[in-house]
Design a protein around this ligand. Structure first.
Ligand code: PLP
Length: 371
């Protein structure tokens, strides 16, 4: 699905130099490399604070810990997402309230959010799924009206732009109360190991987030609040700092591959290509198509036989996961999430796809769905 090896080879000298500099400095944890990367990422995103941490799941957890939510408080989240989004809610003894996604964008449906609000609701967690922004203008308006926090799960959309009706443009992850992202190797800004970051424009929250990620301390050995241990290591930071310089070019390469797919599938009545809402652009973490009538699992198998990877993100929506049986009984009716789980399939999407590969992939996809 990704080709991180060839991507690395193109920037090998810079990456290797970064790694060597960390080894020479012997500052494996925190220090200059982590600070430099965090500062550069803040600049790129135009956000006041970037707090690096160990992975994207921790980023979401720390974000929720910083908001002083109490057991039983309700957090509204899409059901159609990666498990990490919803799992941390339950881990913190909060109550996940699953809502449906929009049938066109596959991101959280603002009207479903509004319907799900009760007096216990404290936060909304929109997910910028597959690389395009959720409808943040409406979500922020709902949050303001009901005094709710917004935690953006930006693990799949770093670098994505959101354009508000007044033409203000902001990067996803910097719009809500707090944003969270992941540097897992296959993400659009991927490390060579685990990593994550938290974003906020609020100075007080930033200090608290930093403390929580560091055992609740500001001053060493003085622990004011209960936290955890979640660090980005210097090697990953040095690698990410090199890759950050190439992020816009990587996004362009993904868009180019997406556009090849779009053209190839134009006119195929069995394939619905990704839809991009007019308030955002798309950074194509995934290129995910919807097969209305064709055999999705059959295509998955057929492509594997042709040595073409493809993935089902996600075969089981959160409200149907055993993990959540205590929260999500049969009373949950989320038809779009259910439908998408049965119909979507993601094709190879990365920065190193060439036309020959794309032609091979699209020929085989069309061959299968048109037969
Ligand atoms: C990858 C991902 C995460 C979790 O990130 P990790 O670094 O793997 O912990 C959370 N949410 C979404 C939507 C993701 O895609």
């Amino acid at each position: 699905m990704v080709d991180t090896k060839n991507q690395y080879l193109k920037i090998k000298d810079d990456v290797d130099e970064g790694i060597r500099a960390v080894l020479d400095s012997a500052a494996y944890i925190n220090g200059k490399f982590v600070h430099d990367f965090a500062r550069n990422l803040s600049t790129y995103l135009s956000v006041r604070h970037t707090i690096p941490c160990a992975n994207g799941t921790d980023a979401l957890q720390i974000a929720m810990m910083a908001l002083d939510l109490q057991p039983g408080d309700e957090v509204i989240t899409p059901s159609f997402t990666y498990i990490a989004t919803t799992e941390v809610i339950a881990l913190l003894k909060l109550t996940p309230v699953f809502v449906d996604v929009d049938a066109a964008t596959f991101c959280i449906d603002p009207s479903a959010v509004e319907e799900a609000i009760t007096e216990k609701t404290k936060a909304i967690v929109p997910v910028h799924l597959y690389g395009q922004a959720a409808n943040m203008e409406e979500i922020m308006a709902i949050a303001e009206k009901h005094h709710l926090f917004v935690i953006e799960d930006n693990a799949q959309a770093i670098g994505c732009d959101y354009t508000f009706r007044d033409e203000t443009v902001k990067k996803t992850g910097t719009i809500g109360t707090i944003g969270a992202t992941s540097f897992y190797p296959s993400k659009n800004l991927g490390a060579f190991g685990d990593g994550g970051a938290i974003f906020t424009n609020n100075d007080t929250l930033a200090e608290k987030l930093r403390m929580i990620a560091n055992h609740g301390q500001k001053e060493r050995y003085y622990h004011d609040i209960v936290g955890c241990n979640s660090r980005l290591d210097s090697l990953q930071a040095a690698i990410l700092d090199v890759k950050l310089k190439h992020l816009d070019e990587y996004i362009k390469a993904r868009r180019k591959a997406a556009s090849f797919y779009d053209h190839a599938f134009e006119g195929s009545k069995n394939i619905t290509v990704p839809y991009t809402a007019d308030y955002t652009n798309h950074v194509y973490h995934q290129y995910t198509i919807l097969l209305k009538d064709a055999d999705r699992n059959g295509l998955n198998k057929y492509l594997a036989e042709q040595n073409i990877p493809s993935m089902i993100y996600y075969p089981v929506p959160a409200h149907k996961q055993k993990m959540f049986s205590a929260f999500a009984g049969s009373n949950y009716q989320l038809p779009v999430s259910d439908y998408l789980s049965d119909k979507v399939i993601s094709l190879p999407m990365h920065t190193e796809l060439d036309e020959e590969q794309l032609q091979y992939i699209t020929d085989h996809v069309l061959n299968f769905v048109n037969n």
